[in-house]
Structure formats: structure tokens, C-alpha cells
Write a protein that binds this ligand. Structure first.
Ligand code: NAG
Ligand code: CA
Length: 251
């Protein structure tokens, strides 16, 4: 059972690594003032720039999804620059043409992310003005997911996963350690839900092992090594006996 849990962990990590690569990061600066399409049910990250030190530059990026789709945005990083009184970097988010959230002003809020943002339209625009010229390009990171609402309790696409909150997301975004539904039901371990692998078994095994203490762990490790050496010696002895027998018969 424990080996199985370890196997599952490796499988899940391999899956999420691939899923992580498949989820694209779009840099606003390299798509300055452009519109880019977002796959229906898909997900990705938005960042300001791969690396830059440009001063006082404004760029916006519009993500456009199929009609009927909506966006869920959360910040996984938020670290705008401040001059002590106000944030010198500005981030604005528009739902279709409507301004949704604007950067707060005031010294200490520049590192406090805006809450979760859910659009009602199928386009979202992120506009950013870099107010300072430092080399810090890690200003913010937005995780987005595109979802549709289920119709009569059903998702329209067979490759969709239905969240508990009636949103439909792409199956690929299930069990990838990111909350794409908004209620985290795509990461649920329950059989009737997303049925993601339960890693707590493996965690318990590891913590039980570590709680044994150093002496016990060394004891177990030495024991295992001795056992392996014994097995190797036994195999060698057996082989030698067989060879001798074989040689004797040949003579
Ligand atoms: C993008 O739009 C902003 C604001 O409308 C403008 O100030 C900026 O010069 C534009 N940048 C480019 C590269 O088009
Ligand atoms: Ca997910």
C-alpha cells in the first residue's frame, strides 16, 4: 500500500510537471497592446516580462476566449514598487470594456494582491505601467483559468470536468495542484469528485519514518545494507556451487 502511494506520488508529480509545461506563460511586454486568444477551458500564467528594466512604460494584454466563456484570475505573486506614499507601478484589470480592479494607492498595499477576479465577459485586459526602472521584473504573476457555466447541470464538451460550483474546465486542469474551479473541487481527492491521488498516506509514511529518530534510521539503513550484502553473497555461493557441479560433470 505504501509502495503504491509512493508510486502514485511519482506519477502525480510527473503528470503535474508535464501539465505545468503545457500551461503557457504570456508576457505582457512581449505582446504589448495586443489581443491573444485563450483556449476554451484552458489555463495559464500572465507576467509582465521575462526580464526588463524599462522605465515608465505602459502595455496591456487582452485575453479573448470563446463567447460564453469567462475568466478566473488569481495572483500567485504581487510585489509592486512603492515610493513610500504610493505604488509607482500600476496594474489595471478590465472585464470586457469595464474597469474591474485598480491598484490601490498607499505605501504598504503595493505588496498586497488584489483578491480573486472573475469576469462576466469573455475578454479580460491586464494593463500595467512600470513606474520604476529597477531590474525587478518579478512584479506579479497572474494565474488564469477559462471556464464556462454548465447548462442544465451538464458541461457541453466531453473533455470538460464539472466543478462543484457548476463551472466547466478542461480535464487537463484537474489534479494539477492549482485551483481552477474557484472552489478547489478540481483538486479534490473524493471518489465522487475529481478523484485526485491522496498524498497524505505518503506524507504520513515519511513523517512516521522521520519521527523514528536518527539512531533508528541509521539502524534500518545499516540493516538493509547488511541484508543486501547477505543476499549477494548467497547468490555468489550458489553460482559457484553450480559451476563446480557443472565442471565435475564435464570431467
Ligand atoms: C501601448 O499602449 C499604451 C497606452 O495606450 C501606450 O502608452 C504605449 O506607447 C503603447 N505601446 C506600444 C508599444 O504600442
Ligand atoms: Ca487544477
Amino acid at each position: 500500500m505504501k509502495t503504491f502511494a509512493a508510486f502514485l506520488l511519482v506519477a502525480v508529480m510527473a503528470h503535474s510537471a508535464t501539465a505545468g509545461i503545457l500551461v503557457p506563460t504570456t508576457y505582457i511586454k512581449s505582446r504589448c497592446n495586443q489581443t491573444t486568444s485563450a483556449a476554451s477551458g484552458g489555463a495559464g500564467f500572465i507576467e509582465w516580462s521575462a526580464a526588463t528594466a524599462d522605465n515608465a512604460e505602459t502595455c496591456s494584454l487582452t485575453l479573448s476566449a470563446d463567447v460564453g466563456s469567462m475568466f478566473r484570475l488569481t495572483f500567485t505573486r504581487f510585489d509592486l514598487d512603492s515610493n513610500g506614499q504610493a505604488c509607482v507601478d500600476t496594474i489595471n484589470i478590465l472585464d470586457g470594456p469595464n474597469m474591474l480592479s485598480v491598484s490601490k494607492t498607499g505605501g504598504d498595499v503595493c505588496t498586497q494582491p488584489m483578491g480573486e477576479i472573475t469576469t462576466v465577459s469573455n475578454t479580460v485586459t491586464i494593463s500595467f505601467t512600470q513606474g520604476s526602472s529597477d531590474i525587478d521584473f518579478m512584479k506579479f504573476k497572474i494565474q488564469y483559468s477559462v471556464f464556462r457555466m454548465a447548462v442544465l447541470g451538464m458541461c457541453t464538451s466531453s473533455s470538460d470536468f464539472k466543478c462543484d460550483n457548476n463551472r466547466c474546465i478542461d480535464n487537463d486542469n484537474k489534479c494539477d495542484f492549482r485551483d481552477d474551479c474557484g472552489d478547489n473541487s478540481d483538486e479534490s481527492t473524493s471518489d465522487s469528485g475529481a478523484n485526485c491521488a491522496d498524498l497524505s498516506d505518503f506524507g504520513n509514511t515519511v513523517s512516521n519514518f522521520l519521527s523514528l529518530g536518527l539512531a533508528a534510521i541509521i539502524g534500518i539503513v545499516v540493516g538493509v545494507i547488511v541484508l543486501i550484502i547477505l543476499i549477494i553473497v548467497l547468490i555468489c555461493v550458489c553460482c559457484c556451487n553450480c559451476c563446480r557441479k557443472g565442471n565435475n560433470q564435464a570431467v
